[in-house]
Write a protein that binds this ligand. Structure first.
Ligand code: PRT
Ligand code: ZN
Length: 290
């Protein structure tokens, strides 16, 4: 295949919790493709990429076997399937945790209390490894869904599942056990034997993803301040390099433009106001390329 014909095949979830987020993420990277729920394959209009729409459980194996070159999937699926793939990047969305939970009224003082018990899960491999690491001898009962009802129907004593807000556990009379077993989020995975052309396209893709991920941590900040406070203000807000200061038509006042980490902004807001900052505007940033 000539260099011009090479396309990077990316597997994303066909429908479900990850689908929409992955589509939005790819589109924010400037990649356009037709969206038709009934097709299982699509070509990008403006990037050498072909999309395969699959069940999330199948994505790690497809990437390991080279059916797809890369994939976007939950880290939980990558860990559970233990397929031979590279985790290229954490994507920062679909964050959740994998936890054990027991009935609210069960006395629980530590993992050893699960010895001899039955634990229901759709993630037997992650659970088995965790129990082994912690030397807990429990029986793992694999079910494919509705894990949280297992204790109330007498199928298991405890459960191991994905938790996000915790409300599903609560409404099924279960309490989450800390610490969390695995912190998961969507990840970009890749086949371990990409050729140079495929790798070059993947590098272009990750360059765009980095610009997006970097921007998510920062905000564009603008405000007016009395010109006499310039030194104080610049010390509070150093910016990526150095903030831009623009004189206003009333020379007693200036405006500052800067890019700041969101956390830093909230830490500094009181200091800024005491230094005379007014009309503070904070805007999201779409991309940052360093
Ligand atoms: O059909 P397909 O096999 O492709 O999809 P699926 O049904 O297996 O997966 P799907 O679409 O439900 O989830 C895809 C991925 O989203 C998961 O593999 C996780 O990486 C991620 N994710 C993020 C979640 C959740 N949050 C989540 N809350 N996956 C599932 N849940 C479920 C969980 O199983 C439990 O039943 O939500 C419930 C808990 O939510 P809370 O908010 O009540 O705690
Ligand atoms: Zn699935």
């Amino acid at each position: 295949m000539s260099k011009l014909d090479t396309k990077l095949k990316i597997a994303i979830q066909k429908s479900g919790r990850l689908h929409e987020r992955c589509v939005r993420f790819i589109e924010s990277c400037g990649i356009k493709f037709p969206k038709n729920k009934s097709v299982l394959k699509a070509e990008a209009h403006n990037f050498p990429m072909q999309f395969l729409f699959l069940r999330d459980d199948d994505i790690p194996a497809c990437v390991a076997e080279g059916v797809a070159d890369v994939g976007m999937v939950g880290l939980n699926e990558v860990e559970e399937t233990a397929e031979n793939v590279d985790i290229v990047k954490r994507l920062g969305f679909s964050k959740c945790r994998m936890s054990l939970a027991v009935p609210k009224n069960m006395e629980y003082n530590g993992l050893q209390d699960l010895s001899g018990k039955t634990i229901a899960t759709s993630y037997p491999r992650i659970l088995q490894n965790y129990l082994k690491e912690n030397q807990v001898e429990a029986r793992v009962h694999q079910i494919s869904g509705s894990v949280e009802i297992a204790p109330s129907v007498g199928m298991a004593d405890a459960v191991f599942d994905i938790v996000s807000s915790g409300s599903t556990l609560m409404s099924n009379g279960l309490k989450e056990i800390k610490p969390t077993v695995l912190k998961s989020e969507a990840v970009l995975i890749a086949n371990r034997n990409l050729d140079t052309e495929q790798q070059a396209i993947l590098d272009k893709l990750t360059f765009r993803m980095d610009a997006l991920l970097e921007a998510q941590n920062f905000k564009y900040l603008m405000f007016n301040f009395p010109t006499t406070s310039k030194e104080e203000i610049v010390n509070i807000i150093p910016g990526l390099k150095s903030p831009t200061i623009v004189p206003l038509s009333n020379s007693n006042w200036s405006a500052l433009h800067s890019v700041v980490e969101e956390d830093v902004f909230w830490d500094k807001i009181d200091n800024l106001k005491s230094a005379g900052a007014e009309d503070i505007i904070v805007l999201p940033i779409e991309k940052i390329i360093r």
